[in-house]
Design a protein around this ligand. Sequence first.
Ligand SMILES: Cc1cc2nc3c(=O)[nH]c(=O)nc-3n(C[C@H](O)[C@H](O)[C@H](O)COP(=O)(O)O)c2cc1C
Length: 221
Amino acid sequence: MELQQAVLGRRSIRQFLPKPVSEEIIQDLIDKSRWAPSWGNTQPWEILVATGKSLDEFKKKNRAAFLEGQASTTDIPTPKVWPDHNKRRYSKLGKSVLSALEIAREDQQARMDHFARMLSFFDAPAVLIFSIDKSLSLEYAMLDVGLILQTFCLLAHGKGLGTCILAAVITYPEIVREVFSLPETKRLAMGVGLGWPDVDAPVNSFERNRGDLDEFVRWAR
Ligand SMILES: Cc1cc2nc3c(=O)[nH]c(=O)nc-3n(C[C@H](O)[C@H](O)[C@H](O)COP(=O)(O)O)c2cc1C
C-alpha cells in the first residue's frame, strides 16, 4: 500500500470479525515496527502479545473490574482536564461513536454496555501491551512508544488489518501483572487491539475530522 494512502486510510477500528490473526502476521508486524525511531536508539519498549485463553481471561477480569466500578489505577498519569478546544474534540468523538452505534445520549445502560465492550477491547482477537521499565524517563519513553505504536498501526492497516489504540488496556495494571506475570518494575504505557475489521460496521466508518492547519501551525518566516 502506498504510504499516503496508509496514513490517510488508517482509522480506529471498534468492531472486529471473529477471526484470529496468525502469530506469523503479528510477528512480522512487530519485526517491521521495531524500525521506528527512538531517543538515542534506546528502543525502550517491551511488547506483550495477548491472544487466546490468556486474552480471554484478561478481558473477563478487566470488564468485571469496570462493571464493579473499580477506579482506574494506571501506571502513567491519565489526562483529566483539557483546554476547551481539545475537550470539544474529545466529546465530539464520543458522540460520533455512540451515534454510529445508535446509542442515545440518555440510554445509560447502552452506554455502559459500550464502555464494558471497550474494557474488553472490542473483542479484538489480539491485544498488544506496550510496557516500559520504571527506571526510564517517562516522557521520552512514552514518545518512543507512540512512534512504534503508530508504525505498527500503519503496517497493520497495510495488511488489511484493523487496530484501535486503547488506554482501556492499561486501566487496571494489576490485572495485567497477575494474568501475564508482568514484573512490578514495568510500567504499562499503552495497549492496542488488533484484528480483521468488520467493514460493514457503522462504528468503523463514521466521519472523522481534524483541526484546520491554521488552528495549530504557526510559521516563522
Ligand atoms: C493514546 C491513545 C489512547 C486511546 N484510547 C482509546 C480507548 O481507550 N478507547 C477508544 O475507543 N479509542 C481510543 N483511542 C483512539 C482514539 O479515540 C482515536 O485515535 C481518535 O479518535 C482519532 O481517530 P482515528 O484513530 O480513527 O483517526 C486512543 C488513541 C490514543 C492515541
